[in-house]
Design a protein around this ligand. Structure first.
Ligand code: GAR
Length: 210
């Protein structure tokens, strides 16, 4: 039995590449499709190079955002995905999409949520003058970057230079390790929402529950 993943990207796709390199085709896990809202996303080229099916779903190509979301959801369902991974997907998916894949969508976000949700997290954290930054991987719910947190990793100190390229490099180093790790744990059935505390996620790491 394989564990089937659909990945959604909007741009560069370096997180997709990390998944292709360290998860795809291993332990029964397959990335079966990569979708994008952006026809020019480099992530689509990365998927094609790896022989993975791609699809483009630009919001402007449909009568409404809901129609686009429905087309994207149908496409993922036809491919029988067990998990949808948002890896640099820069649009909010509506409640109908989220409910259809309830508990089966994860997102990687470049801040220590709930600080700095949205699409400009690193810029906003640097402008705010934070001393500690990091990465969050979380389940997606019907609000923006607000779903139950699966794991987080912080780094400090943030360089005083506020050099965004240097910060992005550190964020990516963490993301490229954290996101594949979480996907492997989910595929192995080692991540679940606590039924008594729906905001809390129980993660069975090798060294015990976290
Ligand atoms: C990543 O840093 C990801 O955390 C961020 O976009 C980048 C995509 O990089 N996502 C968000 O900000 C979502 N709100 P990539 O295309 O190279 O994987």
């Amino acid at each position: 039995m394989s564990f089937r993943i659909g990945v959604l990207v909007s741009g560069e796709g370096s997180n997709l590449q990390a998944l292709i390199d360290s998860v795809h085709g291993q332990d029964g896990i397959e990335i079966v499709c990569v979708g994008s809202n952006n026809p020019d996303a480099r992530g689509l080229v990365r998927a094609e190079t790896a022989g993975i099916a791609t699809g483009v779903f630009p919001a402007g190509g449909y009568g409404s955002r809901e129609e686009r979301d429905a087309a994207l959801a149908d496409w993922l369902a036809e491919r029988r995905v067990d998990l949808v991974v948002l890896a640099g997907f820069m649009e909010v998916l509506g409640p109908v999409f989220v409910r259809r894949f309830a508990g089966r969508i994860v997102n990687v976000h470049p801040s220590l949520l709930p600080a700095f949700p949205g699409v400009h997290a690193i810029d906003e954290a640097l402008a705010h003058g934070v001393r500690l930054m990091g990465v969050t991987v979380h389940f997606v719910d019907e609000r923006v970057d607000s779903g139950p947190i699966i794991t987080q990793e912080a780094f400090d100190p943030v360089p005083y230079s506020r050099d965004i390229a240097a910060v992005e490099k550190r964020v990516h180093e963490i993301e490229h390790r954290l996101l594949p790790h979480v996907v492997r744990l989910i595929a192995a059935g080692r991540v679940r929402i606590d039924p008594d505390q729906p905001r809390h996620v129980i993660v069975e790491e090798d060294d015990g529950d976290h």
